[in-house]
Structure formats: C-alpha cells, structure tokens
Design a protein around this ligand. Structure first.
Ligand code: GDP
Ligand code: MG
Length: 166
C-alpha cells in the first residue's frame, strides 16, 4: 500500500512535530516562529506494509503577500489530491476563529479527514473534552484523536488507521 497524507492546521499547532514523531527523526522544521515551513515539506514513511508520503503544509491561513497567496493555493490544491487529510488543532477548549476558515475549506472535500487535537499534555481534560465536542460538530471527521505529538501520547494506533485509507 502507498499513498499521500496532507497535514493541515494553523501555524504552531504542532504539524511538523507530529510528522517528526511518526517518522522518528527530525525531517520537518519545528519552530515557535509561525510559517517556518516555507514550502510543502515531504517526508516518506516506509515499513513492511506501507509507504506514506506526508505533506507538511505551510497552512491555509489568509495570505499577506504574493508568496503567501502561492503557498495557500498549493496547500488547498493538494487537499483534493491526497488519500487522507489530517487536520491538527490544539486542546484550547473552544473552536479557534482561525480554524473556522480552515474547516469551511475542509467541508468541501471528498477526501477523508482525521481531526487531531494536539498538546493534550498542556491542557486539562475538561478543555480537551470541550474541544473534541466543538470541532466534532463542524466537520464529518472519520476519526477524532486527542494527542500529544511532543510526548507521543495516544499516537500508537494512528499509523494503522492511516494505512486503512491508502
Ligand atoms: P507547526 O507550525 O504546526 O508545524 O508547529 P510545530 O510542530 O513547529 O510546533 C510549534 C511549537 O509547539 C513547538 O515549540 C513545539 O515543540 C510545540 N509542540 C508541538 N506539539 C506539542 C505537544 O504535543 N505538546 C506541547 N506542549 N508542545 C507541542
Ligand atoms: Mg511546521
């Protein structure tokens, strides 16, 4: 089996950290500075069963300039051409305004979408639960997972689930 998985989300939610965690090495650039990922970075995961090409997008946020516009258009286009979209947000307790725009785009897709609510190591369980519920009502996600990409919490089954969509 082989396929493409695109990872989308606001800057700093942990997209690169998540891909790095799955890959087991530092391939994408992880930074506190938003938009360190200047272009789509691909990471190829391979094991006995599958090959997955991860596309780490610079985000489908509102563009500030020509380069930004180009980055956004590439990110949007890729969403219709992949096997699976992984949308990452953080466990802040409510829907982030920036995510509303992203989810409007996601709703238009036929591509299956997973929701990952990241950084559960930083937020209390009540906030995590509220986040899961609020986001789950907005898009028809195939899977919803609270995770910590940094600590590798609750990420064990994700690769297997991803493989079932390739
Ligand atoms: P991206 O912009 O979405 O690619 O986000 P990055 O992967 O670059 O991460 C942004 C910041 O969030 C970095 O300082 C990461 O170390 C941190 N981060 C990522 N995942 C987690 C997590 O699960 N828990 C915590 N506490 N921090 C995280
Ligand atoms: Mg990144």
């Amino acid at each position: 089996k082989s396929g493409f998985v695109t990872v989308v989300g606001r800057p700093n939610v942990g997209k690169s950290t998540f891909i790095n965690h799955l890959m087991g090495e530092k391939l994408s650039i992880v930074s506190n500075k938003p938009q360190t990922t200047r272009k789509n970075l691909n990471a190829i995961y391979t094991d006995d069963e599958a090959q997955i090409i991860f596309v780490d997008t610079p985000g489908i946020h509102k563009a500030q300039n020509k380069l930004g516009e180009y980055m956004v258009s590439v990110a949007k286009e890729s969403l219709n051409q992949v096997d699976l979209v992984i949308f990452i947000t953080t466990a802040s307790g409510a829907v982030h305004p920036g995510d509303v725009k992203i989810m409007e785009e996601l709703k238009e897709l036929k591509t299956p979408i997973f929701l990952l609510v990241n950084k559960i190591d930083e937020f209390d369980q009540d906030k995590v639960a509220k986040t899961l519920e609020a986001y789950g009502q907005m898009v028809d996600f195939k899977e919803i997972f609270p995770i910590s990409a940094l600590k590798g919490k609750n990420t064990e089954n994700l690769l297997n689930l991803m493989k079932s969509y390739l």
